[in-house]
Design a protein around this ligand. Structure first.
Ligand SMILES: [Zn+2]
Length: 325
């Protein structure tokens, strides 16, 4: 209820009621409404700034954030799988491939090394989710580095494999005379009695007995470095340089099928069995050299012989009989 105001009227000498002006009345009413509207609005703003009420936009943003979190979790799981697969590949790389090709394993620290020095992740700092984003970025950086190292390792292994293939092709690894052409396995590497002096002496190669004119084959890839009769005892003979320190020698030939400096492949026909030089009967005297030392050729035939043939050859070659030189 509004206060009733009075004033003193000197004419009537009495207090009279002040009648409120109509315009003032209206002004008061509108002020009242404006006031209540403003306070209501202010209240609403304050309410919206609390978490008690959400606007539709806030609700949709919240849903979106939830969705991001879910997606992030899925990505994180996938990243974990990738890390596991990569770890498995690295394991095989170190323990099978690199081991097989005699390359040093790449240490774990080197494969998983992070990035030192300047803070690469500074730009990601200062947000609510910075920690999660930085951790994930670090993980991805490490995965990326692991991939680069792994890829380089495989490049290296490819190279080593090619080298190994060349090495395997070069090693004198087959018998220089076909089994069916052999009359008998005459004599192997080791102490034998000399066919001429009958004294015990070291026989540095293997003798394959075959008729004169039997084909002789190169036992590995290489280059003919000699095909001549100028080495005492060997008669007409061929020497093939296989690289990697390997050399093979074929003695007492009747004929050459190659010339000096000619490149040959394993299995190429290089000459024919004969009886030239210090030889008692037609046979091939065969030697294998490694780093200027003559070694036992019998250790190299596994490529061309069956297990049984190899056993037989081993038996005959180890008998201490007379060599044909
Ligand atoms: Zn011999």
């Amino acid at each position: 209820m509004s206060k009733v105001k009075y004033y003193y009227d000197p004419d009537t000498l009495s207090y009279r009621k002040i009648e409120p002006k109509k315009s003032r009345k209206y002004r008061n009413i509108s002020l009242f409404f404006l006031g209540s509207f403003l306070s209501g609005f202010l209240g609403l703003i304050l309410l919206l700034n609390t978490n008690l009420v959400n606007t539709p936009r806030e609700l949709s943003l919240a849903r979106e954030v939830k969705n991001y979190e879910l997606q992030f979790e899925l990505l994180s799981k996938k990243m974990e799988q990738i890390e596991q697969v990569l770890a498995n590949i690295e394991d095989r790389d170190n323990n099978i491939y690199r081991l097989y090709f005699e390359a040093n394993p790449i240490p774990e620290e080197q494969r998983r090394a992070g990035f030192g020095g300047v803070n690469r992740y500074k730009s990601l700092e200062g947000f609510n989710n910075s920690e999660m984003i930085i951790a994930t970025t670090k993980r991805l950086d490490i995965i990326q580095k692991q991939m680069v190292i792994q890829s380089k390792s495989l490049d290296e292994i490819t190279k080593l494999a090619e080298e190994k293939e060349k090495l395997l092709a070069a090693i004198p690894a087959i018998q220089p005379i076909k089994n069916e052409d052999l009359t008998r396995m005459a004599s192997g590497y080791g102490w034998r009695s000399d066919p001429f002096t009958k004294a015990r002496k070291m026989h540095w190669g293997m003798d394959f007995t075959s008729p004169k004119g039997t084909p002789v084959y190169a036992s590995g890839d290489g280059k003919v470095i000699r095909a001549d009769n100028n080495s005492s005892g060997y008669g007409k003979h061929i020497r093939i340089d296989h690289g990697y320190g390997y050399l093979s020698l074929y003695g007492h030939l009747s004929q050459y099928n190659v010339k000096r400096n000619q490149k040959v492949k394993r299995g190429d026909l290089i000459g024919f069995v004969g009886n030239t030089g210090r030889s008692e009967a037609p046979h091939l005297h065969y030697e294998v050299w490694k780093d200027d030392q003559r070694i036992n050729p019998i250790n190299f035939y596994y490529g061309s012989l069956s297990a049984e043939e190899f056993e037989n050859m081993l038996k005959y070659a180890n008998q201490e009989n007379q060599s044909l030189d």
